[in-house]
Design a protein around this ligand. Structure first.
Ligand SMILES: [Zn+2]
Length: 382
């Protein structure tokens, strides 16, 4: 057994934990990366003012582009910011992470980007980065990559470095209590997917297994609850923890076909990442299980799918299909749209499947899927 595990330097978790943040320890001048709507930043600004930290705000609306993070890095340099705080959903957290890295690594960001750039390693450590998620889904507060979109390539690519792990992740479930139900559903389904895929993937290790095995039942018992009762703080706390675990698991094990597809679709269509993952999760589980049963019937991956089915349903006798159907029913209760709702049609399938097959997330999928299997998955999710 050999593995490595890396995560944020420090993690502060729990309802109300944001109020205990002492930002002064990271410097006097901060760059706050977050929502265009400055009123959403109020709980953070109160703490910065209390601690005597001055700041400038850099607004992020939607998923960050390469250009957006380059301009953010410029602002951090111009204002001589000592550190960066990302406050918001996955887009804000990733934008802040990339900005902290590019501030100290100037030049063309393409030098450091994978797929469309030169994939050069970062030479300088990023500015200290504090990640404060206000949704419960992406786990980006503990990952070492930032997903950026390149509109001209119609691609999403990662800026990635072990140096980009945040210095501090503040995970306060109270920050998610005003999240609208559709966003709660999409982000929560992302967290659930990011617990199932690392657990069944080929690079799972005992530490990521431990996180997934504790996280899957939390998401299973709490996602519906928090969708129908947004103020249920016990369920919100479960989802925040599930999301945190999911980020640790994916960063240290990997993902699978759902995220391979999501990377391809996310670069081509404007659709929320979590909702894409949710629509694909049941057909991908089904296809992986069938491919394993046909080609590797003794695979330990099948036992893992069996375990997932028992954890999701809470039923010791649950079959593999029970697990898949449980996820299908959850998607329908949470009103997850089908992929056709985002304008994706059968004519896009070939290109999406080609891009998905080449995506880095596809590699640790529990079994290599053939082109026709990928195609059937996508058609089922339309
Ligand atoms: Zn995801």
């Amino acid at each position: 057994m050999r593995f490595e595990f890396a995560t944020a330097t420090r993690i502060a978790f729990g309802p109300g934990v944001l109020r205990e943040l002492q930002p002064k320890q990271f410097g006097k001048q901060a760059l706050v990366v977050g929502s265009r709507n400055a009123s959403r930043l109020a709980p953070l600004i109160e703490i910065l003012e209390r601690d005597g930290v001055t700041f400038t705000h850099y607004a992020v609306g939607g998923e960050p582009t390469i250009e957006l993070v380059s301009r953010g890095a410029e602002q951090a340099r111009d204002t001589q910011s000592d550190f960066v705080i990302g406050f918001g959903g996955g887009s804000a957290i990733d934008a802040g992470k990339a900005i902290a890295a590019l501030t100290t690594n100037p030049g063309d960001p393409l030098d450091y980007l994978e797929v469309i750039g030169k994939s050069k390693p970062l030479t300088n450590p990023p500015l200290p980065y504090v990640a404060i998620p206000t949704t419960a889904g992406t786990g980006a507060e503990v990952t070492r990559n930032a997903v950026l979109s390149s509109p001209e390539h119609r691609l999403k690519v990662s800026l990635r470095s072990p140096l980009m792990l945040p210095r501090l992740a503040v995970v306060d479930p109270e920050l998610a209590k005003d999240l609208p139900p559709a966003l709660t559903a999409a982000t929560g389904m992302d967290a659930l997917t990011q617990l199932i895929e690392p657990y069944v993937c080929t690079r799972a290790n005992p530490m990521t297994d431990a996180l997934c095995l504790d996280g899957i039942p939390r998401a299973a018992r709490s996602l519906r609850r928090v969708y129908f009762a947004p103020d249920d703080m016990e369920a919100r706390t479960d989802m925040s923890l599930a999301s945190l675990y999911s980020g640790m698991a994916l960063a240290n094990a990997g993902l699978g076909a759902v995220h391979g597809f999501a990377a391809a679709i996310g670069g081509m269509f404007s659709a929320p990442h979590g909702a894409i993952c949710a629509a694909l999760l049941p057909p991908v589980m089904q296809a992986n299980i069938e491919a394993l049963q046909n080609r590797q019937p003794n695979s330990e991956r099948l036992d893992r799918y069996g375990h997932v089915a028992r954890l999701l349903t809470g039923n010791e006798a649950a079959s593999l299909n029970h697990g898949v159907n449980w996820v299908r029913n959850l998607c329908s209760d949470l009103k997850i749209p089908r992929l056709s709702a985002y304008g994706i049609t059968q004519t896009d399938a070939k290109l999406i499947c080609e891009k998905a097959a080449a995506a880095s997330s596809m590699k640790p999928n529990p079994i290599a899927l053939a082109a026709d299997e990928l195609h059937s998955i996508l058609i089922e999710a339309l």
